[in-house]
Design a protein around this ligand. Sequence first.
Ligand SMILES: N[C@@H](CCC(=O)N[C@@H](CS)C(=O)NCC(=O)O)C(=O)O
Length: 253
Amino acid sequence: MKLFHGWLSSASRRVRLCLAEKALPYEGIPIDMSKQEHHAPEFLAMNPNGVVPALLIGPGRSLYESSTICEYLDELHPLPPLRPSDPYERAVMRNFVRWTDEKSLPNLLILNWSIALQPGASQWSDVQLQEKLARIPTAERREAWSRIARQPYTEEEKAAALDKLLQLVDKMEQMLAASTWLVGDRYSLADIAAVPFIARIDELAPRALSADLHPRVQAWWAAVRQRPAFAEARFDRFDDALRARQRESAAGA
Ligand SMILES: N[C@@H](CCC(=O)N[C@@H](CS)C(=O)NCC(=O)O)C(=O)O
C-alpha cells in the first residue's frame, strides 16, 4: 500500500493513526501541497477531489476520504478492531466522524491556511492565481484558494473559526461522560477522527484542554498520547514543521 499524504493534514493524520494502530506496513509518500502536487493528473486519478490523503492499494485501485479509508482498513484487517461491534454504536461512531468532517475540518482549514498558505498566496500575480485555480478540480476548493490569495481571513473570522473548532471539545466532554472512549469502552475510529483536531487545539488554545475546563477530554488526550501509534503517526508541531519547510525552500531543497 502507498499512502499519499500531508504531514500536517488532519485527514492524512487520521489514516496514519489507523495504519499505526493496526501495525500495517505501507509506503508513505508526502505530497507538497504548496507545489500543487495534489492537483497533478496522477494524483487526481487516485483522488478526483484533489485533496490528501489517497491510498493506493494496487494497480488501478485507490481510495480517498479519510473516513472511508479507515473503515476499509478496519474491514480488511479486523484486529485490533477500531469499530464498535454493536451496530448502534457503529452508527454513532459514523455520525461523530461525519460531524468532525463537516464542522471541525472547515474551521481548522481557515486557521491553518491563514498561516501556511496565505503569506505566499498574497504574492501571486493574477495570472499565477488563475493558473493555479485552473488545476483545482472542485469549485469549493477553487473558492477557498481564491479567498486565501485575495481576501485573507480577518482576525474576527479567524477568532470565529477557532470558536467553532472548540465546539468539538464541548461535544467530546459530553460524550466522555458516558464511556471511557468517545463511543463505547474501546478506542475506535471516532477517537482517531478527533485526535488531529485535538492535537491542533493543544497548539492553538491549550487552555481548552485543561482539567478545570474539560477534565474528561484532558484525561482522554493524555491516554491517546500514551498509545504507541500516536508516536508512530508523527504529529509534528504545526509551527515547527512550517518553519522547517521554509528553511528547506530557502536553501533551495
Ligand atoms: N473529507 C476529506 C478532506 C480532505 C482534505 O480536506 N484534505 C486537506 C488537508 S487536511 C487538503 O488536501 N487540502 C488541500 C487543498 O484543499 O488544496 C478527507 O477526510 O479525506
